[in-house]
Ligand binder design. Structure first.
Ligand code: EPZ
Length: 420
C-alpha cells in the first residue's frame, strides 16, 4: 500500500500532457464483445481500473495485449459469459459487459456490484433496460442472470439520465431486431464517444450527443480501431491544482470543450485562461474567490470534480456552498480536509465551506478515487508535509499523477511498501 509524501507550498508551472479517458475506455473495452475480431484501442491510460476490466474480459476468453498506450483486444475466442463477484466488487463499471453479452451471445451472468464508498449506486436502470429489450432477467444469488434468443427494439425512458445505463442499453440495442429509442439518455462525452465507436462498428444510431438516441438494430457488427478522447476529469483536476498553487500551467492533449463548466467556475474564482483546440493555459488567481457549485449531468459541473472544488474553496476568501445533486453522500473527503485545517460543514448533500488562510500538512486517508485527488491537491497547497495514505484509490483513475505533478514543480513522492 503506497502513500504520497507531499511538501506543500510550491507554485506549479510548465506543461503537462493529459491522458486518454478512463471512463470511455471502460465502456469501449466491453463493447468489443459485440463482434468477434481484433481491435486496436489507442490512448488508453495505464490505470488499475483498465487492468481490472482487462482481467474481467480475459476471464471470458478475450486476449488483450498492451503496447505502450494501445490495447490490442481480440474477441475471437470468447467462451464464458460470466462476470464473477470477485471482479465486479472491485469496479462497478464491470456491469458494462451485461448488454454486449446478452446482445451478442444471448446470455450473461453478471454479479450485482454491491456497496460503494459513497452510498447507494443501484443498477436497476441497466436491468430494466435489458428487460425492455426482451431479455428474460432474474436476480439469483446476487447475480443478474439474463437470457434472450434475440433482443427486440423498444422505447426506453430513463428515470435518471444514467451514464452507465445509457451505455449498456445502447450497446445491447445495436444488435437488437428493430428500432430502439433511449429517452433522457446521458450526453456525457464518454457516451457520445461510445456511440461514435459503435457507429464505426456498423451500428445505426441517430441523435448522438443528444438526450434522445434512436438505434436501429443490425444483424452483425465488425471490429474497428479507435483512439480514446482526452480524460476531462484528469484535465479538470490539474486545472484546480494550478489554480490552488499559483503559477501558470499549460495542459496539452486535452479538449477544452468538454470542460466549459469547470473553466467558467474557475474564471469566477479568479483564474485566467487561454484556450486552444487541444490545449488550455491557466494563470492562477491572485486571491481565490468563493464560488458556489451545484453538480449536474453533462454539460453541467461534473460530480467527479466536486471534491477537488471543495479543496479549492477551502482556501478561498469567503464562504461557498457545494451541492452534489448526482450523489447525495459523496463527501468522504470532507473529514480528511478538516484534519488539514479546512472549515467545512455538511448538511445532507451540501458542503458549506468557509475559506481559511492556510491548511496544515498531516496524515490523511484516501477513501475513493476523486476524494483522494482532493487530498493530494490540499497537500500541495498546505504548509508543511502531508501524507496521503492508500493511494491505490488514485491509481484507479490517474496515470502516474505524482510524476506529472513533479514535472510542474510539485514536491511529491510515492513511498511504497507496508501498510501505513
Ligand atoms: C459514471 O458512473 C462514471 N463512471 C462516474 O465516474 C461518474 O461519477 C458518474 O457516471 C456520473 O457522472 C464511469 O463512467 C465508469 P450514473 P455511473 O449511472 O455510470 C443513479 C469516476 O470518478 N442510477 O450516471 O455509475 C445513480 O445512483 C466515476 O471516474 C440509478 O438510480 O453513473 C446516480 O445517482 C465515479 N440507477 C445517478 O443515477 C441505475 O441503474 C448517476 O449515475 C444507474 C444509476
Amino acid at each position: 500500500m503506497d502513500k504520497f509524501v507531499i511538501h506543500g507550498g510550491k507554485t506549479l508551472k510548465g506543461a503537462v500532457t493529459i491522458g486518454g479517458s478512463k471512463n470511455e475506455a471502460l465502456a469501449i473495452m466491453p463493447a468489443a464483445l459485440l463482434a468477434s475480431g481484433k481491435y486496436s484501442l489507442g490512448n488508453v491510460p495505464e490505470l488499475r481500473d483498465i487492468a481490472t476490466m482487462g482481467r474481467l474480459l480475459e476471464l471470458m476468453g478475450v486476449d488483450i495485449e498492451r503496447e505502450r498506450d494501445t490495447l490490442v483486444v481480440n474477441t475471437f475466442r470468447v467462451n464464458k459469459f460470466e462476470a464473477p463477484y470477485e471482479q465486479v466488487k472491485k469496479m462497478r463499471a464491470s456491469i458494462y459487459v451485461l448488454g454486449p453479452l446478452v446482445a451478442r451471445y444471448g446470455k450473461a451472468r453478471v454479479s450485482l456490484p454491491g456497496g460503494c464508498a459513497w452510498g447507494p449506486r443501484p443498477v436497476n436502470l441497466h436491468i430494466e433496460g435489458i428487460r425492455k429489450l426482451g431479455a428474460k432477467v432474474e436476480i439469483r444469488g446476487g447475480y443478474i442472470v439474463a437470457k434472450a434468443t434475440r433482443l427486440k427494439g423498444a422505447k426506453i425512458t430513463l428515470d435518471v439520465s444514467s451514464v452507465g445505463a445509457t451505455g449498456n442499453i445502447m450497446m445491447a440495442a445495436s444488435l437488437a431486431r428493430g428500432t430502439s429509442v433511449i429517452a433522457n439518455a446521458a450526453t456525457e462525452p464518454e457516451i457520445t464517444a461510445l456511440a461514435v465507436f459503435l457507429t464505426k462498428m456498423g451500428a445505426r444510431i441517430d441523435g448522438i450527443g443528444t438526450s434522445r438516441l434512436e438505434i436501429e438494430g443490425v444483424d452483425t457488427l465488425h471490429p474497428v480501431d479507435e483512439r480514446m478522447i482526452p480524460d476531462r476529469i484528469e484535465a479538470g483536476t490539474f486545472l484546480v491544482a494550478a489554480a490552488l498553487c499559483g503559477g501558470t500551467v499549460r495542459l496539452e492533449m486535452c479538449k477544452p470543450d468538454h470542460l466549459m463548466a469547470v473553466i467558467s467556475k474557475l474564471e469566477e474564482a479568479g483564474a485566467r485562461f487561454e484556450l486552444g483546440d487541444n490545449w488550455i493555459r491557466l494563470t492562477a488567481p491572485r486571491a481565490i474567490h468563493p464560488v458556489d457549485v451545484k453538480t449536474a449531468i453533462y454539460p453541467g459541473f461534473p460530480t467527479d470534480m466536486q471534491a477537488q472544488w471543495i479543496t479549492l474553496m477551502s482556501l478561498s476568501r469567503g464562504s461557498s456552498v457545494i451541492i452534489d445533486s448526482i450523489y447525495f453522500d459523496r463527501f468522504k473527503h470532507v473529514p480528511e480536509l478538516i484534519r488539514l485545517g479546512a472549515d467545512i460543514d455538511l448538511n445532507r448533500n451540501a458542503a458549506i465551506v468557509k475559506g481559511v488562510k492556510s491548511l496544515t500538512g498531516t496524515k490523511v486517508m484516501s477513501t475513493d478515487l476523486r476524494a483522494s485527488a482532493s487530498l493530494v491537491l490540499a497537500g500541495l497547497a498546505a504548509d508543511g508535509t502531508t501524507e496521503v495514505l492508500r493511494v491505490y484509490h488514485l491509481d484507479r483513475g490517474y496515470e502516474r499523477i505524482e510524476k506529472k505533478l513533479q514535472m510542474l514543480g510539485a514536491s511529491i513522492r510515492r513511498v511504497s511498501g507496508r501498510e501505513f
